[in-house]
Design a protein around this ligand. Structure first.
Ligand SMILES: [Zn+2]
Length: 266
């Protein structure tokens, strides 16, 4: 057997093994200890219909198996941390067939809000300024989270704010190669309809913020279309009634995209 053929068989065998392992994880129930964590720390789980709960169990299994967690500033990574973050992240894709956070390999978890060094370019001068963050999503890279905010976001599912949903919405948005508020749509969803709806809603939020009016959608969404998609996602999952009442078309686009209707859970 030539070296090339041998290497090919090895890679093919490994690929088949990994695929089988993934399928087993996706169809397995949660371990009892993990189930206990998710029931206590992520209350929305208890509201989900049984079929979605089963799918979420499998996705959590896969997430914990494939994504590496790194504790920062002395934080020890525990099952509490892994399961709580995995459950919220996977809620986004629980009903999207075969979707995954393809470029995600690692999550860095800080105990609390952390300092992020942002590079700003002014002419030829690059200056760094430290910003305090509760989460970051890097294009083609890791997600960074503050554990206290990630835990609270799960535990308070109706305040419309959830840092894990926010950062993982950016990860989905990034699937096209550009994080711009236009994620990869399934073939049965119209890209032009999506663009029209989101541009209109984004402009409305910008105008409201500019005029100092109260907004249903977090004003941070007026920063740019990518942030708008991320905060609209938070509201969609946590205060679906409010979002639908505020902007039915936007709600319908998100229902189509996530293939979920969170109003049914409450
Ligand atoms: Zn963001």
């Amino acid at each position: 057997m030539s070296l090339v053929v041998g290497a090919g068989l090895f890679i093919g065998g490994r690929w088949a093994y990994e695929r089988r392992r993934r399928e087993e994880l996706l169809s397995a129930p949660l371990q009892p200890a993990h189930k206990k964590i998710v029931r206590a720390r992520v209350p929305v789980y208890n509201r989900l219909p049984l079929d979605l709960r089963k799918r979420l169990d499998g996705l959590i299994n896969r997430f914990i198996d494939e994504v590496k967690f790194y504790g920062q500033e002395g934080l020890e990574i525990t099952d509490d941390i892994r399961v709580t973050i995995a459950a919220q992240a996977c809620l986004l894709i629980v009903n999207k067939d075969n979707r995954w956070f393809r470029s995600l390999r690692s999550i860095f978890v800080y105990p609390a809000a952390f300092k992020s060094k942002l590079l700003s370019v002014d002419g030829h001068v690059h200056s760094e300024r430290a910003a305090v963050r509760t989460g970051e999503s890097w294009s083609r890279g890791p997600v960074i989270l503050a554990w206290d905010h990630a835990a609270y976001g799960a535990f308070a599912p109706h305040d419309g704010e959830n840092v894990v949903l926010h950062e993982f919405a950016h990860q989905l948005d990034d699937e096209t190669g550009v994080t711009d508020g236009s994620p990869l749509l399934d073939a049965d969803q119209s890209a032009s309809q999506w663009a029209r709806t989101f541009q209109r809603a984004f402009k409305r939020l910008r105008d409201d913020v500019h005029e100092g009016r109260d907004t249903v959608i977090n004003p941070y969404g007026a920063t740019n279309p990518a942030e708008f998609f991320a905060v609209a996602t938070e509201l969609f999952f946590e205060r679906p009634n409010d979002l639908r009442e505020h902007d039915r078309e936007l709600y319908d686009q998100l229902t189509h995209y996530y293939r979920l209707d969170p109003i049914e859970w409450y």
